[in-house]
Design a protein around this ligand. Structure first.
Ligand code: WTA
Length: 654
């Protein structure tokens, strides 16, 4: 793995937005003094802080014997305790002093064609119990892995919660992934049941989910059952003996299903993400610690109240959707809004319409989306009141100060605090973030570690770097929501996260810390690209390219992009007797999109006779990155195997 880091950061943002006293007074963390007290106590004794939070905000059937058992790099949180995630998200809102929530909206959903549904906590509880019984009737047992490949519809949340209710482990695959990706993930997790839908709506078109599942399962007999929810109703073939309709199974299902009393460390879900090799890794999260962090961070960072209508625009197929569309939000008894489709269907005003229609109070979205809205023009959001909004959040990639200011002015109307939240699939929950009302925010910085989280910026040797110097972002103490491993691969877990700097977690991001202690995350420094807020590894795209019969060798790099953050640029050499005929670049783009899914589609394919390599045969990515970005190449080229290659690549540009 090649690590490079921009040590010099030209970004020197001076603006600071102080917490609004009116917001702070009513906030769950009521103001700067309260925040400072909380942060200080947590710093002094993080375990005690997390234990206190876990006692206060999570319900347990059996209390823990020990808060943390840490045998680096393996952590156990709330050791010996028993709980259940679906109980925390549902049942406890239906009893005791919270019983009034039975008829409160848990999920407000809008489909892309404009159909809408509201599920109260009572409704959701009933549906989850029924589907849990359906899973049981299909012989799903505690610990079994279940793949969910669904559109953004309430049934996805129902299926997740049903799994957690009986201790089955879900692995959600985002609907933008290809049949090959589904197959790899099913194989890796050895899943025996898949829940999908006939299709989903996206920009007025049907995404053929069932068809892709059928393709993926062609040579995977280990999958015994496919449960199909009828969403688009466009008539899909059902395989006898394997495929069953969701509605038929639900019809007779009992609404009675006791939540299993699961060990705090019982596996909750696997979620695949890109690492620095071609093979996606199954990030494993467990029950008690994850639930605690998701619940507590959602409560303080989004300042969740019973009156809120909270909307996180992420798909549930990403970690953001797991933690902050479903688990963290429902565990707080809040109302979560789901929108199935594209932000520009039928036009560029869909988001602002939704906000006004449902009086959304909290909006959590990605910088890529914000930059896209900027491009579409201020006149769209300006037509709408947006008065209901009181808090804004961003996640997924660094937000440039210009986009941050636009978000604040045009969407927040200068009234709403912004929380820029840094975290990862691996961290389970938010790690670095302002607390609204408690922390002054500079545009473009995720500010401080959440109370109970310890982060640092270090150099190659693992020493903390001085103020404002760039380095590697590390987490220095275990945290409750941390990944418990890479599914089936403890060696890779240790290697990827815990071996770069002994004893600390290596996040793979570059960062600097300013004199006020604010973290400025600069983005990935490994072979992972952050494309429109989605993680994609250069190796994944490379292996997709070389699987094309005409391609001999490929090198993939990211190029800075105004909207997507990073654009994917591919340098390709062809097999001896092949020619870069017109249209081949499109064919290769299509090929990658088919292999990985639409999210992997390259922005640019360039053909070259050879790739620049060091004497040891390593592709010189830094050079390629510079060429892709059109920058002058300043790096040391003395080890270039063949200078002419670089010269040729450059000439190609003129
Ligand atoms: C990037 C998404 C800067 C970062 C929750 C990280 C961010 C990767 C931010 C994880 C942020 C996420 N500022 N960069 N606020 N949030 N990132 O696993 O590079 O899909 O390592 O999790 O996104 O992406 P993942």
């Amino acid at each position: 793995m090649e690590h490079e880091i921009a040590i010099e950061s030209s970004l020197r943002e001076k603006r600071r937005f102080k917490p609004d006293p009116a917001f702070a007074r009513k906030a769950n963390v009521p103001g700067q003094a309260a925040y400072n007290r909380m942060a200080k106590a947590a710093e002094k004794n993080p375990e005690r802080f997390w234990a206190q939070q876990a006692r206060e905000h999570v319900s347990w059937f059996v209390p823990w014997k020990k808060v943390l058992d840490w045998k680096l790099p393996f952590a156990k949180w709330f050791v010996g305790a028993k709980t259940n995630v679906s109980f925390n998200c549902l049942d406890r809102h239906l009893e005791g002093e919270n019983a009034w929530r039975k008829n409160k909206a848990a999920i407000i959903w809008e489909g892309e064609p404009g159909d809408t549904r509201v599920l109260t906590y009572g409704d959701l509880h009933r549906e989850v119990c029924k589907f849990a019984n359906v899973l049981k009737s299909q012989n799903v047992k505690k610990g079994d892995r279940i793949v969910l490949y669904m559109p953004l519809i309430p049934e996805l949340a129902i299926a997740m919660l049903a799994c957690t209710r009986i201790g089955a482990v879900h692995s959600i695959i985002f609907g933008g992934f290809s049949a090959d990706s589904i197959r790899d993930r099913i194989k890796d997790a050895q899943a025996k049941l898949v829940v999908t839908a006939d299709g989903g709506w996206r920009r007025g078109r049907i995404i053929q989910l069932k068809k892709l599942v059928d393709e993926a399962l062609e040579d995977l007999p280990s999958v015994e059952r496919v449960i199909v929810y009828r969403r688009t109703d466009h008539g899909v073939p059902m395989r006898e003996g394997r495929d069953l309709w969701w509605d038929a199974l639900m019809e007779g299902a009992s609404t009675d299903c006791k939540p299993a009393k699961l060990d705090s460390e019982h596996p909750l879900f696997i979620l695949y993400t890109s690492g620095s090799t071609g093979r996606p890794k199954g990030i494993l999260h467990t029950t008690g610690g994850y639930l605690t962090q998701a619940t507590v961070t959602a409560r303080y960072i989004f300042d969740l109240k019973d009156e809120d209508t909270y909307w996180c625009t992420a798909d549930i197929g990403w970690i953001t959707g797991h933690s902050y569309v479903v688990y963290g939000i429902l565990a707080n008894g809040a109302t979560t809004l789901l929108y199935e489709g594209a932000p520009n269907h039928p036009d560029e005003e869909r988001f602002w319409q939704i906000i006004d229609r449902y009086k959304v109070t909290i909006l959590y979205t990605a910088p890529t989306a914000i930059r896209t809205f900027m491009k579409w023009g201020d006149h769209h959001p300006k037509k709408y009141s947006l008065r209901s909004l009181r808090l804004l959040g961003t996640v997924g990639e660094p937000i440039n100060p210009e986009a941050w200011m636009w978000y604040r002015r045009i969407i927040g109307r200068n009234r709403c605090p912004i929380v820029d939240t840094w975290w990862q699939t691996e961290t389970g929950g938010i790690m670095i973030t302002p607390i609204p009302g408690g922390v002054a925010t500079p545009p473009g910085s995720a500010t401080r570690p959440f109370p109970g989280i310890s982060a640092a910026v270090v150099d190659e040797q693992g020493e903390e770097v001085p103020t404002n110097e760039g380095g590697y972002l590390v987490i220095t103490k275990p945290w409750p929501g941390m990944l418990r491993g890479i599914y089936g691969d403890p060696k890779r877990y240790r290697k990827e996260y815990w071996s770069r700097f002994p004893g600390v977690y290596f996040a793979g991001d570059g960062a600097r810390r300013d004199k006020d202690g604010n973290f400025w995350v600069m983005g990935r420094i490994d072979d992972v690209m952050n494309v429109a807020g989605h993680r994609l590894s250069t190796m994944e795209v490379e292996s997709a390219l070389v699987s094309h019969k005409m391609v001999a060798e490929a090198a993939v790099v990211g190029r800075p992009d105004d909207i997507k953050g990073t654009a994917v640029v591919c340098f390709v050499t062809l097999e001896e007797d092949e020619q870069a005929v017109p249209g081949l670049d499109k064919e290769l783009k299509d090929h990658v999109a088919k292999e990985i899914g639409p999210i992997g589609r390259p922005d640019e394919v360039r053909f070259t006779d050879a790739l620049p390599k060091t004497r040891s045969g390593k592709i010189m990515r830094r050079l390629l990155r510079d060429i892709a970005a059109g920058r002058e190449t300043l790096g040391d080229t003395t080890t270039l195997e063949d200078y002419s290659v670089l010269a040729a690549l450059r000439e190609d540009e003129d």
